[in-house]
Design a protein around this ligand. Structure first.
Ligand code: UDX
Length: 456
């Protein structure tokens, strides 16, 4: 632990698993650099705070109705949270800033998905840094919306799906999110220019080109200090899980040969229909490879959990498959038995897989996941993207390619090299190490800015 800096930082995560994890990891990193940490969080998706006794937590009442809290459409949920959280957040922040007995606050660090933080921070004259929980490459695609519209790629036309977007090659038209996602992102893309910095959970060697594009576009300091979870000890056990982790999978993995297991998980939000669920089940069973499958409650639309599986399916696997509701994913990916990760390519999952040198089978569902998957398969070449959706023949072929063929070995070599790079960038003198030093200096310089603004 570095010497205490005598400064408080206020962090405000967006309340979804894929956003809470990196924000809390960033909080741990900055705490290890000597800052005191305050987390403001919503009642919605409130998480277990006991794993972070070194932080101070303040909850705000979001007042979502039951139906709003159960909203499956991500953009609608986003709009409910933005409508309900602005005022309670402003009140909480104002109260924290007015406390004179505490250490001074240097700045607010928040998720750009909350669209009111810019105006609230500005009204309180508090500097604001953004944490982008997605990758830089997908962020660069989102900020290219005006260009994509001008060039006629958007609105997306069925007949052009397989076409490469020349200006964003190798991204294809089918990898672009629908226009309503772009429009939702437009507000925060605009606000980004008025923030005091942009933190990314990535590293220069992985996304150099996209990071350069972002620097050019936004003219604010950009700090790629990832991979976060490799940047502080005990990372794997400190992520606040909204679902309880089933640790039986670790002892099950202990009984398996190195690189033999397919780990299957589609993150915290994606959902499949019953037919797709069965297609996945049969592809896994037919592959005859051991598999660890996370079937999150809610993964299968209209089902509680495993009911759609034919009776006798699990028994017929003879122990070759292990199914859990939620896994300690970072530990699973680091386990020597895991040979392939079949993922939806949420940014956290993608980065966690790269950091453990695990090749991927990619089945993106929405938002940034399609761009992440395209980069995995066509830029870094560390995985195979399922181009036809969830079809058992293509899945079985992808498993064979990765687990049995020479191509799989080449892919494993490439992802192992990225793993090494991810470790090097965190070491003294490495790009993320330096960017983190830069971020700490920047935060300290913001505190004097805040003091100056307050006195005006
Ligand atoms: C969402 C979006 O899907 C993603 O595209 C965006 O980049 C972030 O928000 P999510 O679907 O949850 O995220 O996926 P992901 O970004 O991969 O985050 C999931 C997190 O949950 C990871 O940190 C992963 O380690 C963790 N996890 C997942 C578990 O701990 N256990 C599991 O069983 C599955």
């Amino acid at each position: 632990m570095e010497q205490r800096k005598g400064r408080r930082l206020i962090l405000f995560p967006f309340p979804l698993q894929g956003h809470i994890n990196p924000m809390l990891e960033l909080a741990n990193i900055l705490h290890s650099k000597g800052f005191s940490i305050i987390i403001i969080h919503t009642n919605f998706n409130s998480f277990n705070m006991s794993t972070h006794p070194h932080f101070t937590f303040h909850s705000i009442s979001d007042d979502l109705s039951e139906s709003q809290a159960a909203e499956k459409d991500l953009l609608l949920l986003l709009s409910h949270l933005n409508a309900k959280c602005g005022e309670p957040f402003r009140e909480c922040l104002a109260a924290l800033l007015s406390s004179v007995t505490e250490e001074p606050v240097a700045c607010l660090i928040c998720d750009p998905l909350f669209d009111f933080t810019q105006s609230v921070a500005e009204s309180l004259k508090l500097p604001r840094i953004l944490l982008r929980t997605g990758g830089a490459s997908s962020t660069a695609v989102y900020s290219a919306f005006p260009l994509l519209k001008e060039k006629g790629y958007i609105p997306i036309q069925e007949s052009r799906l397989e076409e490469t977007v020349t200006e964003l090659s190798p991204v294809k038209v089918k990898d672009l999110p629908p226009e309503r996602f772009f429009k939702a992102a437009q507000a925060f893309t605009y606000d980004t220019k008025f923030s005091n910095g942009y933190v990314f959970n990535t590293f220069e060697d992985l996304e150099q080109h996209a990071l350069a594009t972002i620097r050019k576009e936004f003219h604010i300091p950009v700090f790629p200090i990832g991979p976060f979870h490799k940047n502080f000890p005990a990372a794997s056990s400190s992520s606040p899980s909204l679902l309880s982790q089933d640790r039986s999978c670790i002892s099950w993995l202990d009984t398996r040969l190195p690189n033999s297991v397919i780990y299957v998980s589609f993150g915290s939000l994606a959902a499949v229909n019953e037919a797709q669920f069965l297609e996945i089940a049969w592809a896994l069973a037919n592959s005859k490879q051991p598999f660890l499958w996370v079937v999150r409650p809610g993964l299968v639309q209209g089902s509680e959990w495993l009911e759609p599986l034919p009776s006798g399916f699990i028994e017929s696997l003879n122990g070759i498959g292990h199914i859990v509701k939620w896994a300690p994913q970072k530990e699973v990916l680091a386990h020597q038995a895991v040979g392939v990760f079949w993922t939806h390519n949420g940014w956290n999952s993608t980065l966690e897989s790269i950091c453990e040198g695990v090749p991927m089978i990619c089945i993106p569902f929405f938002a940034d996941q399609m761009v992440n998957a395209r980069y995995v398969s066509d830029v870094w070449k560390v995985g195979v993207r399922l181009e036809l959706g969830i079809k058992r023949e293509e899945i079985e072929a992808a498993i064979r390619r990765l687990m049995m063929e020479k191509e799989g070995e080449e892919i494993r070599d490439r992802v192992s090299k990225l793993k090494v790079m991810a470790n090097i960038c965190l070491k003294q003198g490495g790009s993320s190490y330096q960017a983190l030093d830069g971020l700490v200096d920047h935060i300290l310089s913001l505190e004097s800015l805040f003091t100056k603004l307050k006195s005006q």
